[in-house]
Structures are given as structure tokens and as C-alpha cells.
Design a binder for this molecule. Structure first.
Ligand SMILES: Cc1ncc(COP(=O)(O)O)c(C=O)c1O
Length: 455
């Protein structure tokens, strides 16, 4: 065996064999139509089955891949399974998943124009397409970051930098105003930034409106540097009344950020589009391709109305980076809290460029229609109750008399029997459960079978 220091990098029968193995596996997995849901195992069980996997001499690619295929992968829930209906699922297209391999194989550096201009060009075309779908100006732009959490943080950092430049620091602490139903990543961003969050109650419908935001703006005045409207809340898929919040900009000075990590993709469908009126007034928006835009983990499109605000807030300066930062070229690293980056927008670009936007509109429309259809079925059934009418593709419902433990037992049984992954949830202290529907392979009949299992 070749034992020189380049043995892992050189093209040899050993490395060629490893690449073949991995590509064969990937091909099988991507094209499989019956990958089970699978489920987590306790650590002691994995220790028993997999043992110590890292050693001085290595176990060889064949054994390592077999271990992954037969022990480790089955201990990971198949998040793109049509019956994965929890949290916010993922459902990458075959093209996007396959192209993710190409991104790795091409060793593209996605941080700077100098190193990755071709990739950055393609990513920017996708960002420009999204911006135009959202009604943002042609000059809008941004970057694909790791996820919605980093997207929200980066947007809010740019918002605070802009407020600071405009009016200096406030007498007290900086404030973000958002809905009490906003995603936890807004509070997380505030903790990282050491600013306060004022979470206002949106009222029974869950929709945050300008009327409930106004008193907070009046109370906290110029300390409010950003208002976050949610374009599709995680728990319910509720879209805030963005237009009425945007109108407040005529009276108060704040940055409007729209967190559309999950829901903003709904704008691609004529059924969802009207819900998002006002998004065109946003100073920044996010939407996660790894959610309802059918790309693999992990990608969040962060778009600034005025990209210069993002660049001012985030460009890192160092002598060794001068060659990148002292140019007018578009370097994605400059637009968020990161430096080295995978060109993570490319899998989405490839699928969108291949299939065209229309296919995306149809897939999003299908989720919206299926959500309405199963909501009607739930309403029709004795003993089941919709907690709220779905606006997008999350359907939240209760079963009469069920306690938290009943939901937990039922949910565990569904996963144990490999029928579905539907986790318990709650609202205002009342237990419930929810279907988060975005996989075009999810069928009405599958959902009905899950309802039938609630006994
Ligand atoms: C509305 C909303 N915002 C932000 C996030 C965070 O996104 P990520 O998990 O990609 O960090 C989520 C995740 O579900 C979300 O639904």
C-alpha cells in the first residue's frame, strides 16, 4: 500500500475506489423511493453497534461507508420523507441534492468574487430573482448564509449599524420590536447583540398588525432600531400584516426586517402572494431554500434593500484581506457575519435553472392546496378541531380530551411503526399537533391515514 503523505489526495486505485463507493451510495440514496423514516437511537446503542470509529490506522472506506449506511444513517430521521411533517421539513429536488455533490467536488470558494466569480454570479441571479418576486428594487442584493438564524442576526446587525450611523446610540438600550409569535432566532440574535426584544401580542388571529406595533414604537422611540415582521410563523404559518407595519415608517424611523425563513416562498404561488402585501417595503428579508424552496441543508437567502448597509456592517478588515475588500467587486463574505463560505446557493440555482420558476410555483401551490384540503377534512371530523385556519401550509389541530401525554404516546407510536413523524406541539398552554406540509410527494391519503390513527 502507498504510505506517502499524499496517499489521501493522489488519484490511486484506493482513492478511486473510495470515490466510486461514495458516488454509488449517493446515487442509490438520491434515487431511492423507499428510504424509511428511520429514528434516533440512544448513544449506548450506537456505541454498541458502531463502536469506536476513529483510529490511528483507519478502517478503510468500504467499512466506514457500510457503517454509515447500515448503522449511522438509519439513526437519522429522513427529513425529506413525505411523512416527515414536523417542525419545518425539507424536501430538496433531485437536481438540487445531486448538485450539492458537484459543489463539493468543484472545491468552490464562495466568499469572494476573486476566487468564486462564476458561482457568485449564479447565486446573485437567484437572489435577484427572489428580490423581484418579493417586489424589492433591482438594486437589492445579499448572500446565501447557513440558515435563518444567521440570516436574521446578520440583517439585524446591519439594521443597528444603520441606526447608529443615522442617530447615534440611544440613551438606554437598543430595542427590536416583533411579535410574541416570532421565531426564537430573533431573541437569539438579540442576546448575541446585547439588545432588548419587545415582543408584542398579536391578538387572537396571531397576525401582527401596525396597530399593535405602534404603541411599542411610541413607548421606546428612537431606541427601536428594527421591527421584525414574520412572513410565515413556524408554529402556525401565520403571515403578519406587513403592509400596515411598513406604513408606520412614515411616522417612525426603523428598519423593517421580514423573517420569511419558511413562509416567504409562499409568494411564488398566486394563492399565497396576496398575504405578503407590503414585503416590497422591507429593508431586509430572509427566506430559506432548505425549507420551502426545495434545496438541501443548509441555505438561507438574506436580501438587503440597500446591500451597502449590509456591506458596511459586515465587511471584515485585515491586511491579508485587503486585496478582496479594497475593490468594488461583489464578495458574498461582506454581507453577513461570516468569512469562509460554501457556495451554498448553487444547489438551488442548479435546480431552478434546470426546471424553471414555473415548476417551483406549482410545487408551492400544491402544498397550499393540500393544507386547505386536510384542514377541511379535520373540520369535518368529530373530535378534531383546527386551532387556527391555515394561511400557508402548516395545519395545527387538537383532538378532544387529549393530554400532552396522549399526543406524545401517539407520536412515538407513529415513528416506532415508521408511519409518520408528527410531533406534539402546544398553543397558549393547550397541547396540539401539527402537519407542516411542503413535500410535493406528501399525499392527502397519507394525512388522512395519520388522522385515522388518532385513537
Ligand atoms: C420563521 C423562522 N425564522 C427563522 C428560522 C430559523 O431558521 P434556521 O433553522 O435555518 O436557522 C426558522 C426555522 O424554522 C423559522 O421558521
Amino acid at each position: 500500500m502507498n504510505n506517502t503523505p499524499d496517499r489521501m489526495h493522489a488519484v490511486t486505485p484506493e482513492t478511486r475506489g473510495l470515490v466510486d463507493l461514495v458516488l454509488d451510495y449517493s446515487r442509490r440514496r438520491i434515487l431511492s423511493t423507499d428510504t424509511p423514516l428511520d429514528k434516533p437511537l440512544p448513544e449506548f446503542e450506537l456505541r454498541r453497534l458502531a463502536g469506536q470509529t476513529v483510529s490511528e490506522e483507519g478502517m478503510g472506506g468500504e467499512r466506514a461507508l457500510a457503517l454509515f449506511e447500515h448503522v449511522l444513517a438509519p439513526a437519522c430521521i429522513t427529513t425529506d420523507h413525505p411523512q416527515y411533517l414536523s417542525f419545518i421539513p425539507t424536501a430538496p429536488t433531485k437536481a438540487a441534492t445531486a448538485f450539492d455533490l458537484v459543489v463539493s467536488a468543484s472545491a468552490v470558494y464562495g466568499g469572494s468574487w476573486l476566487e468564486g466569480s462564476g458561482a457568485v454570479y449564479a447565486e446573485n441571479q437567484v437572489l435577484a430573482w427572489l428580490a423581484s418576486e418579493f417586489g424589492l428594487p433591482k438594486t437589492a442584493g445579499g448572500v446565501f448564509v447557513q440558515g435563518g438564524t444567521l440570516g436574521n442576526l446578520s440583517a439585524l446587525v446591519a439594521a443597528r449599524e444603520t441606526a447608529r450611523a443615522d442617530r447615534g446610540n440611544p440613551a438606554g438600550r437598543w430595542v427590536i420590536v416583533c411579535s410574541a409569535e416570532a421565531h426564537s432566532s430573533v431573541a437569539s440574535a438579540a442576546r448575541v447583540m446585547d439588545v432588548d426584544v419587545v415582543a408584542v401580542q398579536p391578538g387572537e388571529s396571531g397576525v401582527l398588525t401596525g396597530d399593535v406595533v405602534r404603541p411599542a414604537l411610541e413607548e421606546y422611540g428612537p431606541a427601536v432600531f428594527a421591527v421584525v415582521a414574520t412572513g410565515g410563523s413556524t408554529n402556525f404559518g401565520i403571515v403578519d400584516d406587513i403592509a400596515s407595519i411598513a406604513e408606520l415608517k412614515t411616522e417612525h424611523s426603523f428598519w423593517l426586517h421580514v423573517d420569511g425563513a419558511y413562509g416567504l416562498a409562499g409568494m411564488l404561488s398566486p394563492l399565497g402572494r396576496p398575504l405578503f402585501a407590503g414585503v416590497e417595503e422591507a429593508d431586509s428579508v430572509i427566506v430559506d431554500p432548505h425549507k420551502w424552496l426545495f434545496a438541501p441543508f443548509d441555505a438561507c437567502a438574506l436580501i438587503y434593500r440597500d446591500p451597502e448597509t449590509g456591506r458596511r456592517a459586515h465587511t471584515q478588515h485585515a491586511e491579508y484581506l485587503d486585496t478582496l475588500t479594497e475593490t468594488a467587486e461583489w464578495s458574498p463574505s461582506d454581507y453577513a457575519a461570516h468569512l469562509t463560505r460554501r457556495a451554498r446557493g448553487l444547489p438551488f440555482w442548479f435546480s431552478l435553472a434546470s426546471h424553471g420558476a414555473k415548476a417551483y410555483r406549482e410545487a408551492v401551490t400544491a402544498s397550499l392546496e393540500l393544507a386547505q384540503r386536510i384542514a377541511a377534512e379535520i373540520e369535518r371530523r368529530d373530535g378534531l378541531r383546527l386551532v387556527r385556519r391555515p394561511q400557508l401550509s402548516v395545519v395545527v389541530f387538537e383532538k378532544d380530551g387529549w393530554t400532552k401525554e396522549d399526543y406524545a404516546r401517539w407520536s412515538a407510536r407513529l415513528l416506532d411503526e415508521q408511519r409518520a413523524f408528527v410531533t406534539p406541539s402546544s398553543h397558549n398552554g393547550r397541547p396540539n399537533t401539527r402537519f407542516a406540509i411542503l413535500n410535493p410527494l406528501t399525499r392527502f391519503e397519507d394525512l388522512v391515514a395519520i388522522l385515522d390513527s388518532m385513537e
